[in-house]
Design a protein around this ligand. Structure first.
Ligand SMILES: [Zn+2]
Ligand SMILES: [Zn+2]
Length: 363
């Protein structure tokens, strides 16, 4: 048995080597996919198109504020000069979002910056939580610094919807939306979630807030920052009450161009509540931006591997829904699920070879 086990280990080590020598297909830079939306707090950024190192442009400090808010620049009073620090920050942003790393405010970069997004920073204490482009094609999920998580012994978490006075969505609809969003994560893990009426009983509290709401992370009205949540075991999850949230119907047919799907944002923020940071995989739930009028609620392989590494996997989990067939251009920019399934096929082949070796050896 010892020999069999060590044979298996040798084969698995060989498999690891094969995977290291033949990394997944490199992924090219993503093309701009988000059209600038008219009224959002960042729409003036389009005026900075073409700005680069050495430029001085009125209002550029606002874009530095943006980079500072998401962790790309240390917080400070900013001026309107495009300096070397700003260039470095833009390069990191471009790496994180799979954009061409130009260090300039090109249209693709500005389009991404103006997209509605999560308020949680991409770079925390100077360390990018999103993977660098050099490892694209691999799992790119991330954790918060220090990898905080809920205690391994605590498999049942309670949540309460505690602040609803600033939303017109009825209570029953909210309960249904959040239950479905939590279920996405419990299906993949050994965690389970139940709603409780009282905030004092809850591990996680969910609320709608407008503007400055006391945690130093003021909301900014329609679009811009949509929501934020804190890492374990804080448990706070706040939604910008000013968004045109769609909680029931089909968000893609909503009348407002600024309509945002509540369940999609909830699935993302719950990832933060459980300990996941942002992912550079565009198809992942933990990718920082979401397009308005878009529903995105299915965990991607990247999210599943990340959360299962923290909490273990649910043996009944049926796996992720395969991504719909996409054009070759889209595949170029987000072929991570494909790369993962190719890896799985490779691993399956190697495991089969290991099993055959063991059978033959036992003869
Ligand atoms: Zn986020
Ligand atoms: Zn908040």
């Amino acid at each position: 048995m010892a020999t069999s086990t060590s044979s298996l280990l040798v084969l698995l080590a060989a498999a690891a080597t094969v995977l290291a020598v033949f990394p997944a297909t490199p992924v090219s830079a993503a093309l701009p996919d988000i059209k600038p939306l008219l009224s959002n707090p960042w729409s003036a950024f389009k005026n900075f198109s073409g700005c680069h190192l050495g430029d001085e442009r009125k209002g550029l400090a606002k874009l530095k504020d943006y980079l500072g808010h998401f962790g790309y620049l240390p917080p400070q009073p900013f001026n309107d000069t495009f300096d070397a620090d700003m260039e470095r920050a833009i390069k990191t942003y471009q790496e994180n979002f799979g954009l061409e790393v130009t260090g300039q405010l090109d249209p693709a970069t500005l389009a991404k910056m103006m997209a509605p997004r999560c308020g949680v920073a991409d770079v925390i204490n100077g360390t990018s939580t999103m993977a660098k482009s050099t490892v694209r094609g691999r799992n790119l999920y991330s954790y918060f610094p220090g990898q905080p998580s809920w205690p391994r012994s605590k498999k049942s978490l309670k949540y309460a919807i505690t602040a609803t006075s600033e939303t017109t969505i009825d209570r029953a609809t909210l309960s249904a939306v959040f239950a479905r969003a939590f279920a996405r994560w419990s299906e993949a893990t050994t965690l389970n979630f139940t709603e409780t009426a009282r905030g004092s009983d809850a591990d996680i509290t969910i609320g709608f807030h407008g503007g400055d709401h006391g945690d130093g992370e003021a909301f900014d009205g329609p679009l811009g920052t949509l929501a934020h949540a804190f890492s374990p075991t804080d448990g706070r999850f706040h939604l910008d009450a000013a968004e045109a949230w769609v909680a029931g119907g089909d968000v893609s047919t909503a009348s407002s161009d600024a309509a945002v799907d509540l369940e999609s944002v909830a699935v993302h923020e719950i990832g933060h509540l459980l300990g996941l940071g942002h992912s550079a995989v565009e198809g992942a739930i933990m990718y920082p931006t979401i397009t308005s009028r878009t529903r995105k609620v299915d965990l991607a392989s990247d999210d599943v591997v990340g959360i299962q590494s923290l909490y273990g996997s649910n043996p009944d989990f049926k796996g992720v829904t395969p991504a719909p067939a996409t054009s070759s251009r889209e595949m170029d920019s987000s072929d991570v699920p494909g790369a993962l399934s190719r890896l799985s096929t490779r691993v399956a082949g190697i495991v089969l070879a290991a099993w055959l070796a063991l059978v033959l050896e036992s003869w």
